[in-house]
Write a protein that binds this ligand. Structure first.
Ligand SMILES: [Zn+2]
Ligand SMILES: [Zn+2]
Length: 250
């Protein structure tokens, strides 16, 4: 493991550790690059579990400090994990163009009208899966995002398991990724924690498509950048015969 492009920090209010703590662990583990991609702020501040809009300047100042302080040892890339919410796209573009957050990754945590559907719902319906897939595919189609985080979060909490509905949802998503050559993430955090994602059946199905894969740790604690966490996801990929890109060009 020489890079990680999906990293959080305490500013999202549900992760531990300062920005600098993650950078230090990444250096200890011998990383060449670290994408710092906390949950993107929204001007509506509807979601309290992320950086709040008025905190951007302070957050950005600390991140810039870390980028510069460790520049001779690691390349820290400024980015955000973003949902595809059409009403927020101008804000994302502003964060990219004005503040220099150039690594924008797509992680769809809510979807539907007024963001009513929680992707982590424990009672997910087939309809919710389809709404998630439509949102993800619309997001991919904008061409704005650099890779798709945990595509199989679609399936989390869906009782019937990997049935025809689940398969069609995952086919829709993988097809769109293939069409846009958008890399697909195998989520290390989920693999290590034994979550519903990464989903073995979904990734087995993904082999029907020509895809590029990456393992990211989705670290919400600095210790999740450690090799022993990564190796669980690495084993998951190896068991399925999936080859993973070691680095990602940005
Ligand atoms: Zn998070
Ligand atoms: Zn994340």
């Amino acid at each position: 493991m020489i890079a990680n492009y999906h990293t959080h920090n305490r500013w999202c209010r549900h992760a531990n550790g300062e920005i600098e703590d993650y950078v230090k662990v990444a250096i200890e583990e011998g990383f060449v690059e670290l994408g710092m991609t906390d949950h993107v702020p929204h001007s509506d501040n509807i979601d309290p579990r992320r950086i709040q809009w008025e905190e951007i300047d302070e957050y950005d100042r600390l991140l810039n400090e870390a980028v510069e302080k460790y520049a001779d040892r690691i390349r820290v890339i400024k980015g955000f994990e973003c949902e595809y919410y059409p009403e927020c796209m101008d804000e994302y573009a502003m964060l990219r163009d004005v503040y220099g957050y150039k690594l924008m990754i797509l992680g769809q945590h809510r979807s539907g009208p007024n963001r009513i559907y929680d992707s982590f719902s424990r009672t997910k319906t087939a309809k919710e899966m389809h709404v998630y897939a439509d949102a993800v595919c619309d997001g991919i189609n904008t061409g704005f995002f650099h890779f798709l985080c945990h595509p199989d979060l679609a399936l989390a909490g869906y009782g019937p398991g990997f049935d025809d509905e689940a398969e069609s949802v995952m086919r829709q998503i993988f097809e769109e990724c293939e069409k846009h050559d958008l890399p697909v993430e195998i989520n290390g955090n989920g693999a290590y924690d034994g979550r519903a994602y990464p989903n073995r059946e979904a990734f087995l199905l993904s082999k029907d498509y020509k895809l590029r894969y990456m393992i990211n740790m989705d670290a919400h604690d600095p210790k999740y950048l450690r090799k022993e966490v990564y190796s669980v996801a690495e084993q998951f990929a190896a068991d399925l015969g999936i080859e993973v890109m070691p680095m990602f060009e940005i």
